[in-house]
Design a protein around this ligand. Structure first.
Ligand code: ADP
Ligand code: MG
Length: 242
């Protein structure tokens, strides 16, 4: 599904991603963990070209997205993203938030997009909010809408960058529950998260990043029950004991 070869990203002198090579399979649920500043967001953002890789190639479904001729919009339909701060269109209601991109990309007619949007709102339990504007929603509701919006594009891959980090504690569960449901449907997911419960119970693979490298790529069982890498051990000690 995704083949990353020798990916590097520099900001001037600063080398943020260092020669990363990885294959991600269809249906993989990858939890990406690691300290702040280790390159997690940059890695995710390279996968849908929100950041331009400095070196290396990324193939998604066989197509090289780093090729200059690739249509970025086509890539973003197939690889959608859910952000920490939701990034809903503030001046559009919920239904418009869900239908805008699929109609613009001509994935669906306006009627079909609306039908699909209502179906997704039922799925995320927010059918009654179709006409509401984002400022009327709680953080948890906003993030569930953002997830519905990303599903509305019928993506092959969804990238989540700390989707619960901006939420009040009581709203984290509802968003994680929805993500767990999406994971069951076989969509490939890469999730940067501090929610170790999700990483342990929902992901099939954990990437531990540190200093621009993926130092560990292993099963949740090995990562949480028998971590070998000293920096991973140190990281887990810090976050599990605070
Ligand atoms: P993480 O998501 O793991 O916290 P990031 O990918 O956001 O890490 O950042 C990795 C490093 O790259 C940090 O040192 C950060 O300051 C730097 N960085 C990120 N974006 C930029 C940018 N646009 N310009 C310069 N430096 C950046
Ligand atoms: Mg980040």
């Amino acid at each position: 599904m995704i083949e990353i070869s020798n990916l590097s990203k520099n900001y001037g002198e600063l080398c943020v991603l260092k020669n990363i090579s990885k294959t991600i399979n269809k249906g993989d649920i990858v939890a990406i963990i690691g300290p702040s500043g280790s390159g997690k967001s940059t890695f995710l953002r390279c996968l849908n070209l929100l950041e331009t890789p400095s070196e290396g190639s990324i193939k998604i479904g066989g197509a090289d997205i780093t090729d200059k001729k690739t249509d970025i919009n086509k890539i973003r339909q197939k690889v959608s993203m859910v952000f920490q701060h939701f990034n809903l269109f503030a001046n559009k209601n919920v239904l418009q938030n869900l239908t805008l991109a699929p109609v613009k990309a001509e994935i669906y007619t306006p009627e079909k997009a609306k039908e699909k949007a209502m179906e997704l709102l039922r799925k995320v339990g927010l059918e009654s909010k179709a006409e509401a504007f984002p400022h009327k929603l709680s953080g948890g509701q906003k993030q569930r809408i953002a997830i519905a919006r990303s599903l509305a594009m019928n993506p092959d891959v969804i990238l989540f960058d700390e989707p619960t980090s901006a939420l009040d504690p009581e709203m984290i569960g509802e968003v994680l529950a929805l993500m767990k449901e999406v994971a069951k449907e076989g969509i490939t997911m890469l999730v940067v998260t501090h929610e170790m419960g999700f990483a342990r119970n929902v992901a099939n693979r954990i990437f531990f990043m540190d200093g621009g490298n993926i130092l560990v790529d292993d099963t949740p069982k090995n990562v949480f029950e028998n971590p070998q890498n000293p920096r991973l051990k140190d990281f887990l000690n810090k976050i599990l004991n605070h």
